[in-house]
Design a protein around this ligand. Sequence first.
Ligand code: SF4
Length: 502
Amino acid sequence: MRGSLFLISFKAEQKLKGFVEGEELQKEQETQIPQIQMKDSAAGWELRIRDRLNAVSGSFCLAKWLQVTLHLHNGFTQSCHHVKSHKISLKELDTNPGFLHNTYFKRAMRYKMLQGSRPKECQYCWSFEDMGRLSDRHYKSATSWAEPYFDSVVEAGAEEDILPTSLEVSFESSCNFMCMYCSPQFSSKWMEEALKFGWYPIRDQSGNPNVLKRESRLPLPKNEVNPYIEAFWKWWPKLNPSLHDFRITGGEPLLSPHTWRVFDSLAESTNLHLNFAVNSNMGVAPALVDRLIDRVNRLPGRIKNFTLYTSIDTVGEQAEYIRYGLDYDAYVENVERVLARVEWPITVSFMMTVNALSLLGMESLLRWIHSLKVRFPKHTIVVDAPLLHNPQFMAVQILPDSFSKYVEESIRFMNSTRGKPGEFSVWEILRVDRVLTAMKSETLDRKERILRQIDFYRMFDEYDRRRNTNFLQTFPQYKEFYQQSKRWAKLASMVRFRPWIR
Ligand code: SF4
């Protein structure tokens, strides 16, 4: 670390060192940074940022200072999506709402970065860098919400409070859906079900309310005062002008009064560099959709851009099975109403979470999205295809090779739109192409495949019982795969059976 650059008083340094070397650090194994020879042929901009970051230290990342996700429903915070969230201490929050973001843990991680050592929680980035590639540390630090603040971050050092410029917040876990890959931590409906029937008989117990309780991750009861939300509103007048990216997630945000309070506040202030976004399942009552349209129509001239992120993975009854609570026809109607009635150009981004059950209807979904691009050219309509990694047994890698034909057909369709009205961009096509690469290259060994298939059967067998659904009627194309998974599950329940040993 170039000590003179950072305004860390001796006292504060000792305090941070104490924290770093304390109990927390024992979980955080320090690793020395190898000299990275970047092979990446990325744009010069990111490479220039890399060099600037490296001049401070080989592990310095602006996201650790400027980006935050706040889970206000249970009092957790994290600096970016790649790191695990940690609990916010109520003690400091009383006097300083900025502790929602600037926790002692984060300050300690910042200190380590300034010292040039790698926080273990950032392993996602180190693994890319160890392959000689650029990582999100570089890409995030190069964004418009980070790079302009480079000098003020350096000046703040590890000790000072800093205002984030990129914020994602979840006020509540209230939700009307129980998507198959969600959990009681994020959906009140899931919580109701888990409390009534217990957790699913699968290996991953992270969604089990007993585990959540042990980790203090249970959402706070809705009828009690939530000190994290109170702190947020105290912080808000200072926070709002600093924000470039601000996204409300949930639960279902349109069911939370705090979402509407944000809309009202934004309509009365002006922050012309703000990209404001809401994640919605768009499965709420028409009156709430109309309220959304009305509030969005009050924002031109107040913010830079509004984005509606909405999750949909496939079409029809298969989509309804995956995102339990969804009425597919009502969803289509709601989205089309927003596109027709919002008066200024906004962005609607479809989050097509690619999972083991979503591939069959992928092309039909893309055809509908393409028709929207053609019919509503005023708005920017995009589709992203994030790959589901967890729960692992719902990821596409579990499927036989034959399922990749559905992705190939989807890519063919997307390519056929090129050069015509409503075309899919190269970026959108590459995102779907990535799915194919993952299916072909990330193969599972025999033991892992069997273990995942056992979970697959146990999950959906129980899912059908609890939710009165019927897997094989909804997904007849999976009959052989499902029966094989069932056989493994039956064998696994036998004493001393080791299914991966031939
Ligand atoms: S180094 Fe990577 S994982 Fe860590 S905060 Fe930065 S972007 Fe996130």
